[in-house]
Design a protein around this ligand. Structure first.
Ligand code: GLU
Length: 362
């Protein structure tokens, strides 16, 4: 089986920013065992910023993005050397991959990432991925690695995504403030109610939090990949998860219908630049006939966007039910809205969103 396991900053580093050697050693032992059983493992690891801040002798996370980028540059070296040393004690080599959101969007980079990862796995190397925080732009970066891990799981056709954190899983309320909160062990479908329960951000050492994990679990599920959210301290968690044994944590079922990588990216990883409101006829054509969105069905356009941007599609009651990449900018759509092919003279009648670039969110 192919496993993508993600470790957050709060698992990779101690509260003072030093590397959590015990956790890393335990992960390396499990990875080594899994490899001996014939499984393939890719790690997605945070910790660069938390570790780099310690090296820069900054004891509270600053808001200055340039300082955070500098910290990531220093800390990434520390994190990867720690992994290299620890994995070497199990006779395993590691390979580093630093990715930015664009790498999942640009076809060439995307294919290169996939080829590199497959090649590393063929060589028996353990790939360790992080977002390229030293160069990433605040508006564009993912910030937490949960999404990166879900996109990687989709990219390499993983069987399982394991999100390791400092909590035991998803709770029915925030366990840090509510004693009644109970662990949700099995999630059939990540819906808005669950996302609401997952609520706010994580620790000040990382930027993930449970909501981000649940969204990543949803991305995995829509990619046909099973997902588990569990504590990095849960004994033998990676081994037990792949063996289908009992453990404490939250499992999210994969959907039977697998979305393509591009559609997962459109649906979850690409920010929406505006909204298009459509009439009921268009809504039904999209939902039940798998059609493209035509100018005739457009009622209203919100926001200013260009051809190639991602845009949400909503019905006239404000319910967002799809998202897609538009083939024309907002100005052209406003010009053509409500018009059929016969109404526009000899001009070419383009789809607003072609069905190949449209994802139904229902
Ligand atoms: N990729 C990050 C890291 O490795 C992100 C977490 C953060 O923003 O602190 O440090």
């Amino acid at each position: 089986m192919r496993l993508v396991a993600k470790l957050g900053s709060s698992s990779v580093t101690e509260p003072d920013g030093s590397i959590s050697l015990l956790t890393l050693k335990d992960i390396a032992r499990q990875v080594s065992q899994l490899r001996d059983m014939g499984h393939e493992v890719v790690l997605v690891s945070s910790g660069a910023i938390a570790s780099g801040l310690k090296s820069l002798k900054i004891w509270e996370r600053p808001s200055d993005q340039v300082v955070l980028r500098a910290a990531a540059s220093v800390g990434q070296g520390t994190v990867i050397s720690a992994y290299r040393e620890i994995f070497a004690t199990f006779s395993l080599e590691v390979g580093q991959l630093l990715m930015i959101p664009g790498d999942f969007a640009e076809r060439t980079q995307y294919l290169h990432a996939r080829e590199t990862l497959n090649s590393l796995l063929d060589f028996g190397i353990i790939p360790i991925i992080n977002e390229n925080d030293a160069l990433s732009n605040e508006q564009l970066r993912y910030g937490d690695n949960d999404k990166v891990a879900a996109l990687v799981a989709n990219l390499i056709g993983a069987d399982h995504l394991l999100l390791l954190t400092d909590q035991t899983g998803l709770f029915s309320a925030d366990p840090r403030g509510d004693e009644e909160a109970s662990l949700i062990q099995e999630v059939e479908e990540v819906n808005s109610e669950l996302l609401e329960i997952a609520g706010g951000a994580g620790t000040d050492r990382g930027s993930g939090g449970m909501a981000s994990k649940l969204l990543a679990a949803k991305m995995a599920s829509w990619s046909g990949v099973a997902c588990t959210i569990a504590s990095a301290q849960e004994p033998n968690v990676a081994i037990r998860v792949l063996a289908g044994e009992k453990f404490t944590g939250t499992r999210v079922r994969p959907r039977t219908k697998r979305l393509s990588a591009r559609k997962v990216w459109i649906a979850f990883a690409c920010p929406s630049s505006g909204e298009i409101v459509v009439d009921n006829g268009a809504r039904l054509a999209l939902l039940s006939r798998g059609g493209s969105l035509l100018p005739a069905g457009v009622v209203e356009v919100k926001g200013v966007f260009e051809s190639g941007d991602a845009v949400s599609v909503e019905s006239d009651d404000g319910n967002v039910f799809a998202k897609g990449i538009v083939q024309m900018g907002s100005r052209d759509i406003l010009d053509l809205k409500g018009l059929g092919s016969k109404d526009i003279g000899g001009r070419p009648y383009l789809e607003v969103i072609h069905r190949d670039h449209l994802v139904l969110l229902t």
